[in-house]
Design a protein around this ligand. Structure first.
Ligand code: GLN
Length: 185
């Protein structure tokens, strides 16, 4: 709909994975997993409503692997404390939008993601949210300044940074393996 989906598609292509940009409800029948890209969660919500896609994506994310990045992570949360945002609520986290304030709205840092065996992953934060964990079912995969920046719950993962802007295919590769794993279950 909106946001940084092309770079995600480029990464998937590099991994030899076919992808499509989901624009219509029927597109969801063609895919095994979904990346909800960064952008603006307010705009994403209003576009999903105008295009009558909110319900179909809600069903998809409740049943299939999904990876939300930045605004996409906000869309997976229980609440963004913003009436203009209708998140799907599949992860037990609350999102504070634009939590890093004006001065450092955008910054990058290097993080370690031990579970994925990724060292010094270049994490780019753009008007990123901060997540508050609401249940023990949420696994924290990476932190920055004591805040969770990559989390997992069930079939869903969410990053508050933009992995598609690094040169590292590691998280995408991990997600694709998860999808393959889910398919054989
Ligand atoms: N600030 C945006 C929001 O609230 C997220 C920014 C992003 O996705 N890079 O939705």
């Amino acid at each position: 709909m909106q946001g940084a989906f092309q770079k995600h598609q480029n990464m998937l292509e590099e991994l030899g994975v076919n992808s499509i940009a989901v624009r219509y409800e029927g597109d969801l029948d063609k895919i095994d997993g979904l990346i909800l890209p960064g952008g603006e969660s307010t705009t994403i919500t209003s576009l999903l409503n105008t295009h009558k896609l909110w319900n179909a994506i809600n069903i998809f994310v409740h049943n299939k692997p999904v990876f939300g990045t930045c605004a996409g992570a906000i869309m997976l949360s229980q609440s963004a404390h913003d009436k203009r945002v209708s998140p799907f609520g599949i992860m037990d986290v609350e999102a504070e939008r634009n939590a890093y304030g004006r001065q450092i709205e955008s910054f990058s840092t290097s993080i370690n993601i031990d579970n994925m065996d990724l060292k010094e992953f270049h994490a780019v934060f753009i008007r990123a949210p901060r997540l508050r964990i609401l249940s023990k079912d949420v696994e924290i995969l990476a932190t920055f300044n004591h805040s969770p920046v990559l989390v997992r719950q069930g079939r869903a993962i969410a990053s508050t940074f933009h992995p598609e802007l690094s040169q590292n295919l590691g998280i995408h590769k991990w997600f694709v393996n998860e999808i393959k794993h889910q398919k054989v279950l």
